[in-house]
Design a protein around this ligand. Structure first.
Ligand SMILES: CC(C)(COP(=O)(O)OP(=O)(O)OC[C@H]1O[C@@H](n2cnc3c(N)ncnc32)[C@H](O)[C@@H]1OP(=O)(O)O)[C@@H](O)C(=O)NCCC(=O)NCCS
Length: 178
């Protein structure tokens, strides 16, 4: 029998119980290769990062779930300017196609409704086609290009900067719900 009921999407705070799972995702080559920090992260390094970040009320480490199964990680960092934050994210390497879009939507609802933020900024390496398409699909504006800003050890890559205002997200949601 096929289950036709819609999936339940949710965002919750990351806990120490998620540490192993998130580290496995973060160290996966399909994820690591799109990050600025590309080395394999050790468990102690990961624990220290989580403990340090948990003490900072401006950092929000979140887990995206589909039907109560963890499918991705989202990081929202509020900057010094009130209501403005940057985000980063990745989906479980075995997640089905379309998970990124769902994660993005759920995380932005959390950012603009629960956290009441004004603006979310994102950055993607110029070869990260999926992230660029995802930002565009979610209604982000391309606000600039940092030309040859990142060196992977061999060659320089540009960084694409995106921004989305709370008011713009309301417009995107209306379009998605039509
Ligand atoms: C970026 C990421 C979250 C996207 O998740 P996903 O589940 O692959 O995304 P979706 O399937 O929802 O697709 C998002 C867009 O990418 C496109 N896409 C999917 N796979 C693609 C591929 N192999 N090549 C090019 N585009 C692709 C989709 O068509 C969609 O674009 P559209 O809305 O214009 O159709 C995921 O790939 C990931 O975790 N990547 C590694 C970490 C990372 O790059 N994080 C972002 C850092 S800025």
């Amino acid at each position: 029998m096929t289950n036709l009921s819609p999936s339940v999407l949710s965002i919750r705070k990351m806990t120490t119980d998620d540490l192993d799972c998130v580290l496995t995702w973060r160290n996966h080559p399909d994820i690591r290769s799109y990050m600025y920090t590309k080395h394999e992260i050790t468990l102690s390094e990961h624990r220290e990062w989580f403990e340090r970040s948990s003490l900072d009320p401006h950092k929000h480490m979140l887990i995206f779930e589909v039907d109560e199964i963890a499918q991705g990680f989202v990081n929202i960092n509020e900057s010094s300017s009130a209501g403005v934050a940057s985000w980063g994210f990745y989906v479980a390497p075995d997640a089905v196609k379309g998970t990124g879009r769902k994660l993005g939507g759920a995380a932005l609802n959390y950012a603009f409704s629960t956290l009441q933020l004004h603006k979310i900024c994102g950055q993607a390496l110029s070869f990260n086609e999926r992230s660029i398409k995802l930002h565009q699909a979610l209604g982000f504006h391309q606000e600039g290009t940092l030309r040859e800003q990142y060196c992977d050890g061999k060659i320089y890559h540009s960084i694409i900067c995106f921004g989305l205002l709370s008011t713009e997200w309301q417009v995107t949601i209306k379009g998605l719900n039509k």
